[in-house]
Design a protein around this ligand. Structure first.
Ligand code: GAL
Length: 953
């Protein structure tokens, strides 16, 4: 063997050389296997050819090399650093060329075979994922090279194996021709990031196999046929089946659906190997213009999932994958799009087992070519077609035996071209039993579903009504939003409005929120790092943190909101007449897994609870349930019913008692705060006293309420703009976050016009306006009091030409100290005008710190909605009408200027906002802004707060 320095394969558009044809993936069989995961010797060099290939030689001394963990990315293990770009290639676009600076990781693993490893027989080594290009040697012999980072590659190695002292050498280049096909919006993370396994292949071992398990919803029968490259038998004991491969049988079965993931255990046995099968019978078709499974149209309540772990990047362990699926199930999701590459195969096993519809997406995106009008796009260049077909085949062959996979997706944002058509044709030929998806195919030439991303509500409604036009073919296809509701920072807003459309129009078969998890990288100083934190010369900042989970997998308010919006049981009713109507919104399941619980609350406190019978409801059906007589405990106050659907028994994905859906039905109206009058302002030197309030006589500023000092309340219209307020730079719609800043809403000046003391009130008149502009807000503060309560009424009258809505409208003040907070109102989490579905009325407690929502890039957060009263820092504050409440240990200005949570340090004050209004949140960081009905327009407004010292400890 001679060793040369050659890196020609790096810029070669072909998929590579030497790998075995792709085949079905399975985790285990009775054939031996040896995991080669673990600690590998590692050397990083700056170019593809800085070192020759001699490191692959068995005798090569790697004693002074570093070590890395495989699976893993070297840039997350102290060698080099990650790079984040959304769609721009972080290298000059000149396909298939890549930069000379091409970090190259040489990996070496020494291993012995187990004592009882069968001698002299075939074996393969399988790489489940290597980014972006690898060249592989075993014991000094070159096995081949490959690209296709998130796809498996298997090499025959039996003839090279030795009982002891095997040397597996892998050279991995960060950049390759393959990088042009992998321009997904994520961190560029080179390395051997999925498992490496040695697989014994005994004579007569299983090769490729294809489980065809369909379900006929008319007869209730399933048909099973397993095609196998190596002939054998298929047994399914529970069904009494014992078939030859290639033979089919039709028998009564329970079908598989995402809601009822019924799997039958089977075995495929060839002469040399027994492979366990998990068979789910289901049939996916396009019928009547709809995606139907087992004869029933499905509604996707989905999410886009990138693989992410804040320390390990895309090297996910089994526990994390399970956590993802459990979290999805527990939040009522029923579908996942594997954006934008096939996930670790174990994830699909979990989707089969626990029940999720999957759009399995190929590892393909060439989005950066959009910058040059898609010129030279590899998907429209025949030289690249073999690589595209290789990627399609590796996905389909690997994942074809998963019942959860219902659609194949050609990739994401790759423009259009012959290569995509070739992929679609190949996929249809190989697997006509699933549908084909690709969002970029706007005319649906190659696809079975009209798919879009971030379409506005209005357009989605038009599509739902069939008024969108389009090609003849497209007009007959169902519609999905493969991405919508951009969950970046605070938000997404408008989810409930989308869901309402999905449920109204049959053609709309749901959508997939963008995206599952923030890709923040745990960082010793910053908390979680995002783009630019590693000194990248080109990056897209925190656009990489746009998930429903924070990087550590804590659900964000967006996920809690989504769970509520897509709940599978809908309730309607009128608390006063004591009836609640249940609607079963599952597509397949009845309600037998659920039980119903009621509670009756007065002023947010439960005064009685119990259970209700669950009506037996078929999917889509509804029934009325009579509520019991309201418990008579003599208390008067604001009364409401809370009815909850919870799991009646433990399931595979949550415990008994887990809440699936709920509703609150008001019975009586809120009791308004009692009138506050009687006390007269009393001048007292430099101060004025009014009931428990002490004011500065000159400015009218409130100084104290009883024993509680305050930094005077005054009008506040500013919030630290959210990512959705700021919007994405390519948005053509107005981006209010930018206009607010331009118009100086973050630097409003308060001009004092008058301090007037009357017989029963102190009135302070001001005009609040930004430098440079003629518009402003006339603001009057009117204070009245009785013995121990102080009431502030704020009247706001816009002046001049207001062309923007307000971020917020309310008052802000500060307290010297506050920690425990309790309130009666919406909770437990934050809510804004278009994100408030999950906020429920109750008595809630939290600390000031716990009120903060830790968005990776700090921004407006933490408002509690519909608050009747709140107690903190020795004060009780009642609102008329209800208000939004937030409190934090820093000012809005500090929140606004922070880049990371670590920039926020508590000051010596707690800043409290009591808001009459908040502007909606929307989704403009990538999609539409808030719907007009969630705008906070500059209009005359009046609102009051009643302050008193609280009796709380
Ligand atoms: C889409 C794209 C996603 C992601 C998202 C914005 O256009 O498909 O990968 O970039 O926008 O976060």
């Amino acid at each position: 063997m001679s060793f040369r320095t050659t890196a020609d394969h790096v810029e070669d558009v072909s998929p590579g050389r030497g790998a075995l044809p792709p085949r079905a993936w399975y985790a285990c069989s009775d054939a031996r296997s040896l995991s080669l995961n673990g600690s590998w010797r590692f050397r990083l060099t700056p170019t593809a050819d800085a070192e020759d290939d001699s490191f692959a030689e068995p005798g090569h001394d790697t004693g002074d090399w570093a070590e890395v963990t495989v699976p893993g990315h070297w840039v997350l293990q102290g060698h080099g650093s990650p790079v984040y770009t959304n769609h721009l290639y972080p290298f000059p676009v000149d396909p298939p060329h890549v930069p000379t600076e091409n970090p190259t990781g040489d990996h070496v693993r020494h291993f012995d075979l187990p004592e009882d490893w069968p001698a002299d027989q075939e074996a393969t080594i399988r790489f489940d994922g290597v980014e972006s290009c690898a060249k592989v040697w075993l014991n000094g012999t070159l096995l081949g090279d490959f690209k296709g980072s998130r796809l498996p590659h298997e090499f025959a190695v039996g003839h090279l194996l030795k009982p002891r002292g095997n040397v597996l050498a892998v050279r991995v280049h960060q950049w390759s021709a393959g990088s042009y096909l992998e321009d997904q919006d994520q961190w560029w993370l080179p390395g051997i990031f999925r498992d490496v396994t040695l697989l014994h292949r005994p004579p007569g071992a299983v090769g490729d196999f294809f489980v065809h398990a369909s379900y006929d919803h008319v007869t209730g029968e399933g048909t099973l046929r397993v095609d196998s490259e190596v002939a054998g038998r298929v047994t399914v004991p529970e069904l009494g089946l014992d078939l030859a491969t290639g033979e089919s049988a039709t028998i009564p079965v329970e079908p598989w659906t995402a809601e009822t993931p019924r799997l039958y255990d089977g075995v495929l046995a060839t002469e040399g190997e027994r492979v366990p099968l998990r068979i789910g019978f289901r049939t996916v078709v396009l019928a009547d213009g709809l995606i139907k499974v087992n004869g029933q149209a499905v509604l996707f309540k989905g999410v886009n999932r990138h693989e992410w772990h804040p320390e390990r990047g895309r090297a996910l362990d089994p526990a994390t994958m399970r956590e993802d699926v459990l979290l999805m199930k527990r939040h009522n999701l029923n579908a996942v799009r594997t954006s934008h590459y096939p996930p670790h195969p174990a994830f699909l096993d979990l989707c089969d087992e626990l029940g999720l519809w999957v759009i399995d997406e190929c590892d393909l995106e060439t989005h950066g070519f959009t910058e040059q009008g898609w010129r030279d796009n590899p998907v429209d260049d025949d030289r690249w077609t073999p690589a595209l077909l290789d990627r399609a085949a590796r996905m389909v062959e690997r994942d074809k035996n998963h019942p959860s996979v219902v659609l194949w997706s050609l990739g994401n944002e790759a423009g259009t071209g012959r290569g995509l058509t070739a992929m679609a044709e190949w996929i249809r030929g190989r697997d006509p039993e699933r549908l084909v998806h690709y969002e970029g195919d706007i005319d649906c030439r190659d696809t079975d579903v009209y798919s879009r991303m971030y379409a506005f509500h209005e357009e989605v409604e038009r599509i739902g009504r069939g008024l969108d036009g389009g090609t003849h073919k497209r007009r007959r296809l169902p519609f999905i939003l493969c991405e919508y509701a951009h969950a970046m920072g605070n938000g997404p807003g408008g989810l409930a409005d989308y869901q309402e459309l999905f449920e109204r129009y049959d053609r709309l078969q749901g959508g997939f929120v963008w995206e599952w998890i923030d890709h923040g990288i745990r960082h010793p100083e910053l908390g979680f790092a995002y783009g630019g934190d590693f000194g990248e010369e080109l990056h897209d900042g925190n656009f990489v943190c746009d998930g429903l989970l924070f990087p550590d997998r804590t659900p964000s308010p967006g996920l809690v909101e989504y769970k509520k919006v897509i709940e599978p049981v809908r309730f309607r009713g009128d608390g006063a007449d004591g009836t609640v109507t249940l609607v079963n919104r599952y597509d397949f399941a009845d309600l037998s897994e659920l039980s119903l619980e009621w509670a009756y609350q007065v002023d947010g406190e439960s005064v009685g609870s119990g259970t209700l019978p669950v009506p037996p409801l078929a999917p889509g059906a509804s029934a009325d349930v009579k509520l019991p007589e309201p418990p008579a405990d003599g208390r008067s106050g604001e009364a409401c019913w809370t009815v909850r659907a919870v799991l009646a028994e433990d399931t595979a994905w949550a415990e008994r008692g887990h809440e699936v859906a709920w509703v609150q039905l008001p019975v009586t109206e809120r009791v308004k705060p009692a009138a506050v009058a009687g006390a007269a302002p009393v001048p007292d030197g430099r101060t004025i006293r009014l009931g428990p309030g002490v004011f500065d006589a000159r400015t009218g500023a409130l100084l104290r309420i009883g024993g509680v000092e305050v930094d005077a309340p005054r009008l506040d219209v500013w919030r630290a703009p959210t990512d959705n307020d700021d919007g994405a730079e390519w948005q053509t719609d107005i981006r209010y976050g930018l206009l607010w800043r331009k118009f100086g809403l973050h630097r409003m000046r308060h001009r004092l016009d008058a301090v007037e003391t009357g017989a029963d009130a102190l009135t302070v008149r001001t005009r609040v306006a930004p430098a440079a502009w003629e518009f402003g807000l006339h603001t009057e503060y009117r204070w009245t009091a009785d013995g121990d309560r102080l009431r502030l009424t704020v009247s706001v009258t816009p002046d001049g030409n207001w062309t923007v809505p307000l971020p917020r409208l309310g008052i802000r003040f500060a307290l010297p100290a506050a920690d425990a907070v309790s309130w009666f109102g919406g909770g437990p989490g934050e809510a804004y005008p278009d994100t408030g579905s999950a906020s429920r009325l109750g008595r809630w407690q939290a600390t000031v710190d716990a009120l903060q929502t830790p968005y990776v890039r700090p921004q407006e957060n933490g408002a509690r909605a519909d608050v009747r009263w709140v107690e903190l820092g020795g004060l009780r504050i009642e609102g008329e009408p209800e208000f939004w409440f937030s409190a934090r240990r820093w000012t809005t200005e500090q929140l606004d200027s922070a880049r990371h949570l670590s920039d926020l340090t508590p000051g010596d004050r707690v800043w409290v906002n009591l808001d009459h209004g908040q502007h909606g949140i929307g989704s403009q960081s990538c999609g539409p802004g808030p719907l007009p009905r969630y705008f906070l327009r500059a209009e005359p407004a009046e609102f009051s707060f009643v302050f008193s010292q609280s009796t709380a400890p």
